[in-house]
Write a protein that binds this ligand. Structure first.
Ligand SMILES: [Zn+2]
Length: 296
């Protein structure tokens, strides 16, 4: 394991996510690893994930379409447990934090759904206001590194696309106010790692299915600039995923999970990123193995 180039205790990593569970699914290993290395990690989530599809009956009535519309509040609890699972023993658990404060903006739901026109929907917010709010967050926390999504919004979710758009508008202003450059990464899936993880899945839990070719998003190897080894954090990542029990089921093997669609997905032992600022040439080798590479 490499250590950050900047002294332990001075590193600050800000991860931007759309809904509770995205942080564990996409970056759970990275969060756990940098917490273990003494980096000050902050997970900033844009919405409470009110429109998530609930797995199982126990909490189903909390959903927006289940009647109570209390799922968002419950997902704060799941996120709190997930972040605690990613925190090393003996340390104060990492706490959730939400853009504009908890409940300010609401999950827009999948593209075209009625929830997208809810008055508090993230997709109804003015981008200028989202950017202003994020700039203030970045300047206050003063991270060296920011992790966001790709411009496709991972899998086309409008909230994920807005996280990307808000980030790319906020970063130049935050850099000006901080008087220095920020390293900015998109969290993505490497296609070859996805295929290898799927090939390694031996027992498919009952009721689950394998994804169709191309059904899950992925990037070619030469698009990936940065690869973080999270082998040592696999257990914590699986525990964090399990904490999001209304959204995620972890296989008994601990090596796969599924969302409410019951499509099997691997829990990766490396997490992949594309550095967009300062931009790194596609195919440049070797890949970075530390988000703090080159920082002093
Ligand atoms: Zn999401």
């Amino acid at each position: 394991m490499t250590t950050p180039d900047i002294p332990t205790g001075d590193g600050r990593l800000l991860l931007l996510h759309a809904h509770p569970d995205d942080e564990s699914i996409m970056t759970g290993g990275t969060i756990a690893r940098y917490l273990a290395e003494g980096v000050d990690v902050r997970v900033l989530t844009f919405t409470l994930g009110e429109e998530g599809e609930v797995i199982g009956d126990e909490w189903a009535q909390l959903a927006a379409d289940g009647g109570a519309d209390q799922l968002g509040g419950y997902r704060i609890l799941e996120l709190t447990r997930a972040l605690a699972a990613l925190t090393p023993e003996g340390r104060e658990p990492l706490r959730p934090r939400f853009l504009g404060g908890a409940g300010r903006w609401r999950d827009s739901g999948m593209a075209g759904s009625a929830s997208a026109s809810h008055p508090r929907a993230l997709s109804m917010a003015s981008v200028d206001l989202l950017v202003d709010t994020l700039v203030a967050e970045i300047v206050e926390f003063a991270p060296q590194v920011i992790v966001t999504y790709d411009d496709a919004g991972t899998y086309g979710h409008p909230d994920h696309m807005l996280v990307h758009e808000t980030t790319v508008h906020a970063v130049p202003r935050a850099q000006e106010l901080l008087g220095r450059e920020l390293k900015v990464y998109e969290s993505v899936t490497e296609r070859s790692a996805l295929l290898a993880g799927l090939a390694a899945a031996e027992d498919i839990p009952s009721g689950w299915r394998m994804p169709e070719p191309g059904e899950l998003p992925g990037y070619p190897d030469d698009a990936i600039t940065t690869e973080i080894d999270v082998v040592a954090q696999r257990g914590r990542k699986a525990a964090a995923l399990a904490a999001h029990a209304t959204q995620v089921t972890v296989a008994g093997s601990g090596a796969q999970y599924a969302l409410s669609n019951n499509i099997l997905q691997p829990i990766f032992d490396h997490e992949h990123f594309i550095r967009i600022s300062p931009r790194r040439e596609v195919g440049e080798t070797p890949r970075e193995t530390d988000l703090f590479d080159g920082l002093t």
